[in-house]
Write a protein that binds this ligand. Structure first.
Ligand code: SF4
Length: 361
């Protein structure tokens, strides 16, 4: 039961963007079934920045005006917790203590206790993985020390900002969450997760530009309709790398159209974003590209030698799969065609590539 409630805490803390105290403050019934098939919403309390009329921090918090959006795994976690604690606080310390079933005191599990329980959960999950002969599922040691309760929110922002084109399932999940957050949680109030998202997005842009700057200085070639704009953006990288500390600094970078360069490892290219030329979101008005819907004929594309190498590696992998006897003919044909397309993109890069020493137009 303890591990189950910790697992639910992890799902809630990681997949909602709620602060740890806000998760702990959730009560049974906080996420009612919506009247029609629409998004579930979480109604809970916020604690940060809540003051009484004398300006003192109000520790009981207040019900948040705008509910949080809950994606399906979060709803499942809440339903499990509601079965453990049908009334009152979902993380009531008496209910979640061992032995079970004590009378509720209205107190929640403390951060320190949850911190220890998360460590216990990690140990238990890793032992289970070894016991089931699945060593690849052992949770590795964290180089930054114990996980604690505060890092989930920041991790979520990091992933949303940097992995939009990663694994497809994650891309959909994170893309959906970004949309949900922009429409609700992120759209209001100071200190919302949108500020974290902006800082992480600016950090991702800065590290993409720094890598590009170093690659170009080392003689890496670049191609594509947006190659010159990418070179221009990379030249500015040294002035702001490592300087993004505040939300305002992040906003300044994200609002600078000359710096909006996003790596897109899923499509093996770089997006040098210009909203007027973007093909991924013709209808939406947005300040960021939809990297998971990238279109190969977009005028914002640039590729470096590194992308060309990765295109060839991916083509080789597909060709190996196509040559396998286990792959049926039509699928093998499709894989071969895809590999040929990737090779032609790499060839085009090698033909068109320029380097940063060449005069810019
Ligand atoms: S379609 Fe264009 S703007 Fe959209 S992600 Fe791809 S390169 Fe960027």
């Amino acid at each position: 039961m303890r591990h189950l409630s910790v697992a639910c805490f992890i799902v809630l803390a990681y997949l909602t963007g709620l602060r740890p105290g806000e998760v702990m403050g959730l009560e049974s019934g906080c996420c009612p079934e919506p009247p029609s098939p629409s998004r579930h919403l979480i109604y809970g309390r916020v604690f940060k920045g809540v003051h009484d009329q004398d300006g003192n921090h109000y520790s009981a918090g207040q019900v948040r005006e705008v509910p949080w959006v809950a994606i399906p795994p979060v709803v499942a976690a809440i339903r499990v917790l509601e079965r453990l604690t049908p009334q009152g606080l979902l993380f009531d310390s008496a209910v979640h203590a061992i032995p079970r079933g004590r009378i509720s005191t209205g107190q929640v599990v403390g951060f320190e206790a949850m911190h220890n329980r998360i460590e216990g959960f990690i140990e238990w999950a890793s032992d289970l993985a070894l016991g089931l002969d699945r060593p690849h599922e052992v949770i590795p040691d964290d180089p930054f020390g114990a996980l604690g309760v505060a890092r989930f929110r920041r991790s979520l922002a990091w992933h949303i900002a940097r992995r939009p084109g990663g694994l497809v399932a994650l891309a959909i999940q994170y893309g959906h969450m970004r949309t949900s957050m922009s429409a609700g949680y992120a759209a209001r109030g100071r200190g919302g997760i949108h500020e974290l998202l902006d800082i992480e997005a600016a950090g991702a842009t800065a590290s993409t530009l720094a890598t590009l700057h170093d690659d170009l200085a080392a003689g890496t070639g670049i191609s594509g309709p947006a190659a010159r704009r990418a070179i221009h953006a990379a030249a500015q990288a040294p002035t702001f790398v490592g300087s993004i500390r505040t939300h305002r600094q992040a906003r300044d970078i994200l609002a600078n159209p000359a710096l909006t360069v996003y790596d897109n490892p899923h499509s093996l290219l770089m997006c040098v974003y210009n909203r007027d030329r973007a093909l991924c979101h013709r209808r939406d008005v947005t300040d960021a590209p939809s990297l998971d819907r990238c279109q190969p004929s977009c005028a914002n594309i640039a590729r470096t030698d590194r992308h060309a190498d990765e295109l060839l590696q991916r083509a080789q992998t597909l060709e190996k799969q196509a040559a396998s006897e286990a792959v049926p003919g039509p699928l093998a044909d499709r894989l071969t065609r895809r590999a040929g397309h990737l090779r032609s993109l790499a060839d085009r890069h090698n033909h068109d590539r320029i380097n940063s020493q060449e005069p810019t137009a």
